[in-house]
Design a protein around this ligand. Structure first.
Ligand code: MLT
Length: 275
């Protein structure tokens, strides 16, 4: 995920609770843009953005608790992850940020909006969905928990890669698929289990959509096998004034699969925000 310009990334740690420190990357300058990774990933997911996009915004990319170099400590919930992120903003003296969340990062972004709307300047909802898990989805999460406990993160990575990365990327840019696999395979098992339980318990964010009053961009990789076109369209319809951008030839990890296209739609959106 590294590129030449990622050398300018500052990696730091911040205490967000008595027993939890989060690691985060901080790069660029301009309006603060908080980047929230998905499951079971870490902040290096955003390395492709640390070049071009860091020229338009100050990018702050934390590892969620239980992932990457952050401490793994229960409890895990969308609300707790959101509060951790606000503690990062507090530590950096940032009043309001544009918040961009991919997939589980989007579920957390909805919780952040519900709990701390005054901290949000705009939203970017990437390859995510407002609806909660179905019964079948919860059964699948329980199987994944059992798999993580019995065979570890590498087995989770093997299981998830085909849905996490689009067909075109797997066929034509296999090095990207390998990097995403490696990121999942190094995730700590307590963080994986905590996030799966938290996602199973997450509330329906559909009623939240109508409460969103900040500028919002919905982004979806056209080959996303997890967040459907209907998921993206219902968020666009539900959030007044929002717009939807499609990333062709990309799947669920659209920001790493097609970073130039992803950066372009986000940069165009940032340019529309009131000063
Ligand atoms: C993610 O990418 O964060 C997960 O696939 C989300 C989910 O499993 O619902």
């Amino acid at each position: 995920m590294a590129n030449d310009e990622s050398r300018e990334v500052r990696s730091r740690r911040v205490r967000v609770a008595t027993d939890v420190e989060l690691a985060y990357d901080d790069a660029g300058s301009g309006p603060p843009l908080l980047l929230v990774h998905g499951f079971p990933l870490d902040r290096t997911l955003w390395r492709p953005q640390m070049g071009t996009l860091a020229r338009q915004a100050r990018l702050i990319a934390p590892d969620l608790r239980g992932f990457g170099e952050s401490d793994a400590a229960a409890p895990y919930s969308m609300e707790r992850y959101a509060d951790d992120l606000v503690a990062v903003l507090d530590a950096l003296g940032i009043d309001r940020a544009i918040v961009a969340g991919v997939s589980m990062g989007g579920y957390i972004t909805f919780a952040l909006w519900r709990r701390h709307p005054e901290r949000v300047r705009a939203l970017v909802l990437v390859d995510t969905r407002a609806v909660p898990d179905t019964d079948a989805g919860r059964t699948r999460r329980r199987e994944m928990i059992a798999l993580a406990r019995s065979r570890g993160a590498a087995a989770i990575a093997d299981e998830m890669l085909p849905t996490l990365v689009g067909t075109t990327t797997r066929e034509e840019r296999s090095e990207i698929a390998r990097e995403v696999h490696a990121m999942m395979a190094r995730a700590p098992v307590p963080g994986i289990v905590g996030a799966l339980e938290a996602m199973m318990a997450r509330p329906d964010s559909t009623p939240t959509l109508g409460t969103i009053t900040v500028p919002t961009l919905v982004v979806r990789g056209e080959e996303d096998a997890i967040a459907t076109p209907e998921d993206a369209e219902s968020m666009r319809r539900g959030i007044a004034g929002s717009r939807l951008a499609a990333i062709p030839r990309a799947g669920h990890a659209s920001n790493v699969e097609r970073p130039s296209a992803f950066d372009r739609v986000v940069a165009d959106f940032l340019a529309t925000l009131p000063a």
